[in-house]
Design a protein around this ligand. Sequence first.
Ligand code: FE
Ligand code: CA
Length: 525
Amino acid sequence: MADGCNGHPHFFVHSNDGGEMNRRSLLASAGWIALGYPIRRLSAFVPTPRFSDYPFAVGVASGDPTSNGVVLWTRLMPDAHRMQDWQRETVQVDWAVATDEGMKRIVRRGRESAHPEYGHSIHVEVRGLQQNRWYWYQFRAGSESSPVGRTRTAPASSADSIRFAFASCQRFHEGFYTAYQHMADEDIDLVVFLGDYIYETGGVGPRTVPLNEPMTLGGYRDRYALYRTDEHLREAHRLFPWIITWDDHEVENNYAGIFPESNVSQADFLKRRAAAYQAHYEWMPLPKACIPNGPNSRLYRRLSYGSLASFFVLDGRQHRSDQACGGGTKVPCEESRNGQRTMLGSQQENWLTGEFKRARSRWNIMANQVRMTAVDARAGPGETYSMDQWAGYEPARRRFVGNLVDHRVSNPVVITGDIHSNWVGDLKVDYGAPAGRIVGTEFVGTSITTGGDGAASIPSVETYLSETPQIHFFNAQRGYVRCEVTSGAMTADFRVLQRVSVKESPITTRASFIVENGRPGAHRR
Ligand code: FE
Ligand code: CA
């Protein structure tokens, strides 16, 4: 075992800058005591917290790589049986980044405060690293050391290739996270997660989740803690940096912006949304720019992978208009054609237009929530569309795809989750014109577990697929999508499991598609 895992490596010995912090907080404490505040309000630093349970049991994670840095994450978990003194206070956590797994060749180190107000989570924004290479990292609090995590920076300029997997929808009680067990063996640089990291709903299945839905910060924190008890999920976080966005279930099924799905007041819903957003931030390796301000959080952002690729991370939940026509799958009503309605909100749309104007990367990948390819779900005459998807926000969908055309965005590829099935679709401004120009490709990836074992095919879907020329592939097994981007092409391998209802299951590539540089449209390999 590496020294860093069990010993107390030399790199954690500090100069007295921590002592300076303690002296200052003691002075502050004296002032508060003079004012008669009880000692528990002081939030004093705890230089040597004593843990009765291993505080790093939920593991480590990293995210949002740049060409010179990355976000490092951990969270000190409280004792399961009784409140410890440190849980009410700010705890100092040391971190180190090395170029070797044994944590011998340290290149960056520092100290960060874990605050009780943020559940003792740590989000370190490391800078000063070299581009496009692997690093290892570790945390220490008191006499305890975290597992050693691995992460990778993004390329600054050109790179031969980028490999990544994208995933979504991991309802805990519906199956085992075997997909992550296999993902850990993949030769990939990063993971992109497209939403439904937790589900607010519980149930009984291969694993059991309590039925009462989280409504408070404590409730959402507990739900993430339950999900993170899965060793394969923890390992996927430990091995790769993740780029993360959310969809609806991180708060509530099918919520839309400020509009709840449940029958509660908007004020009560926004309190719930604030609690859910904070718990999400606390548990994810997100940069500090994503810290929520009450019920608001700026999650949309761009991550550059040099001249080869950019990832545009979209937030299609927080800022959207309510679903049109009462939601569900409907014949489009007048409301769905209202140009005032929005999926991303005007601020995000303006940001995106600015980014598209400046876009210089060869591949432009959009990390997106719900399906953008319009699919008529009624076989034969007449048309119905899901009002939760981009087709239910038709003018916004046209603006988005039209923007890609207007700004000649190079090789746009949308990656999507949400519907627990694999799809390959053509992005077009106008699907009504049979010869309409293909603007880009959408790869919709299946769920990690949601929906249970799944099937290669679903008869009700097959009835309308033959009438849907913009769809080139459909499959409803569980798994993830593995992608490779080079200057010449982007490939997507749909990796599927036999079952998720049992712990062990082999994974296979069900289909592979390729998009060639400068030639819009995906082709089966
Ligand atoms: Fe889902
Ligand atoms: Ca039809």
